[in-house]
Ligand binder design. Structure first.
Ligand SMILES: C[S@@+](CC[C@H](N)C(=O)[O-])C[C@H]1O[C@@H](n2cnc3c(N)ncnc32)[C@H](O)[C@@H]1O
Length: 223
């Protein structure tokens, strides 16, 4: 659970370098993860999609490409990040705090959130709000970082805590923000713990799938 004011200010400061820094830090893997999410969402054949914490809109744009007939809304509470989503062509963009969304109950067929839930003030409250705006039977998809286990655990932890903030600090001038964001990954539930949390917030059938040896995970559930 994070401090929303700190998070909003941190993203407003890195907005113009967010995309390129992401691609460098993940060696382009984030692009493949988003494509995979796009394919999963396309299989659900949604008419209405909300991408929460859309940031610069990278996931919303990928889903739009794979679901050309769906109506996409990208929302974020940081106007500086959202400006890039609007400029890049996300259909509808709205400045919205995910903890209290201005949407009616049962509004969307699919709700996605990539690397966003981890940064929110209360994970259960955010998930309950997501459940509220999804139609009954609608689909939730969360993409977020997790920690690999086994042989990769130690080297990845070194990369995450020592190397990543240095590279990101060099690219953005905001080393502290990346140290903070790296720290949030260790606190964030993953695997079965995340499935349990999702199901306790009104969803059913939560499932998790690790990506790239567990560096990230996709969680799906039904509203
Ligand atoms: C790491 S970025 C992810 C952006 C995008 N989803 C992506 O995949 O690149 C996290 C985003 O979450 C947004 N965010 C964090 N807390 C939020 C909240 N309570 N409501 C709306 N957006 C929030 C931040 O402003 C930021 O744009």
């Amino acid at each position: 659970m994070q401090d929303p004011q700190y998070v909003k200010q941190a993203f407003s400061r890195i907005a113009d370098r967010y995309r390129v820094t992401n691609h460098v830090l993940s060696v382009g893997t984030d692009i493949l993860w988003r494509k995979k999410v796009g394919r999963i969402v396309a299989e659900w054949q949604p008419k209405t999609i909300l991408d929460v914490a859309t940031g610069t809109g990278d996931l919303a744009l990928e889903i739009q490409k794979q679901c050309p007939d769906a109506e996409m809304t990208g929302s974020d509470f940081c106007p500086e990040m959202l400006a890039y989503a609007t400029e890049s062509g996300v259909n509808n963009t709205m400045v919205v705090d995910a903890m209290e969304m201005p949407f009616e109950d049962d509004s969307f067929d699919v709700l996605t959130v990539a690397f966003g839930l981890r940064n929110m003030g209360s994970w259960p409250d955010a998930l309950k709000e997501m459940q509220r705006v999804l139609k009954p039977g609608g689909h939730l998809l969360i993409l977020d970082f997790s920690l690999p286990t086994g042989i990769l655990k130690e080297p990845y932890s070194f990369y995450l805590n020592k190397v990543l903030p240095k590279i990101a600090g060099y690219m953005t001038g905001e080393k502290d923000a990346y140290e903070y964001l790296a720290g949030t990954i260790g606190e964030f539930p993953s695997g079965a713990k995340m499935e349990e949390l999702i199901n306790s917030c009104g969803f059913s059938d939560a499932k998790s799938a690790p990506l790239s040896f567990g560096v990230a995970s996709i969680y799906t559930a039904t509203a």
